[in-house]
Design a protein around this ligand. Sequence first.
Ligand code: C2O
Ligand code: CU
Length: 476
Amino acid sequence: MTIRSSVPVSRRAFVLAGAALSLAPGLAAAPLRADDTRALRLVAARGRASLVGGAHPETAVWAYNGTVPGPEIRLRQGGRLRVVVENKLDEETTVHWHGLRVPNAMDGVPHLTQKPIAPGASFTYEFDVPDAGTYWYHPHQRSFEQVGRGLYGPLIVEEREPIAVDRDVTWVLDDWRLLADAQISDDFGNMMDASHNGRVGNTVTINGRIRETFDVRSGERIRLRLINAANARTFALDFNGHAPQVIALDGQPVEPHAPADGRIVLGAAMRVDLVVDMTGKPGARFTVRDTFYRGLEYQLLDIVYGAEPLRGQPPEGPIALAPNTMPEPDLKAAERHEVAFGGGMMGGMMTAMMGGRRMDMRGLMQNGMAWTVNGVAAKGHVHDPFLTLARGRTCVLALHNDTAWHHPIHLHGHSFRVIRRNGAPTRYREWQDTVLLNPRERAEIAFVADNPGDWMFHCHILEHQAAGMMGVIRVA
Ligand code: C2O
Ligand code: CU
């Protein structure tokens, strides 16, 4: 897979070019605890963040409550979340609670589920949270730019009975396209990104800054919650020298297992919860690498062991999480639909429908479109549903990626089981809300359509979504 971008892709570009970086960890904002009496406040506004650190200037960003990522919101499973979102940007916005099964009116999709929040205005989101897990929040209005400039944050729903670990750590991964002065390149929404890999950047941050090290102690057991908040980049992390166990995907518990090929793969918007036992010796150092794009591998950071062990060896307690509350799909009674994803460069797509008219690729590109769902390139958020599902029915969607590119495909309002890939049953029948389709891959997903409303179904490479790769599924 090649990456086309106007700047070379290397996280270390700044490190290599610049003076010594400060190794002090960035100060993370204290988590916002949601309890039942008080509404949290999220203010979306321009701000500045020290993404690169060291002698480099701060980066002008758009941020929630002045930090990138926005504050970590934490609440208990079964709790109720109330958030007042104030828009201090110069343009409309919304907040989408990615992966949470919320009522349709709280889903944050402009015009489809709510009027966007005007500059200077605010909107209160309020809903019950049925499932534990690792989620995140982000705007859904011009998200390719709003998320790309730093508007996103983690949302952690704690289990009623959590597993025992020494530390619960969140890493929000992001990928920025920075210029030499550490400012964000403002070439958002260009057709080159839109019709290829999306906006893959040149600087990877963890919790809003370039990290050199992650300090651990021998014998420690860490729950590591990975969230991919990048517009487009897929990560494939190799925890060299360690044997992480995957315990949840997209927030949903999965039978604990070692990842395939030893690599943790996260497409845009996806989450993976790991249990990582720190089995190295005091003073040891291991490099975590991201090896997803061939020829563009880089070192994410080093795991650095302190001189003092925490204990002789990591604990052996159970790491399986209690199941969440999604209804089990009834495959025998399922209705089945095919969904084909098309378009992009080298995909062989000749024509597609846009706004009720058939157009060739050139005409589509002139309209900023490059991708389709079932032959239709969708502009904006409001469309007649391409599927209407009876409420309570099990639905199997057979997804075909008819393109030469990866696509993380996200369904709003539901989690689904991934039951087959390229015809073969999946080993863990994992629950996800975003399924990463490899080029030309087929996957079958199954879910009970139990949440009424109009729900987006789209690629979470935000440039692909904006360039047509989305549709609406109605549950009625
Ligand atoms: Cu994370 Cu439709 O969004
Ligand atoms: Cu895509």
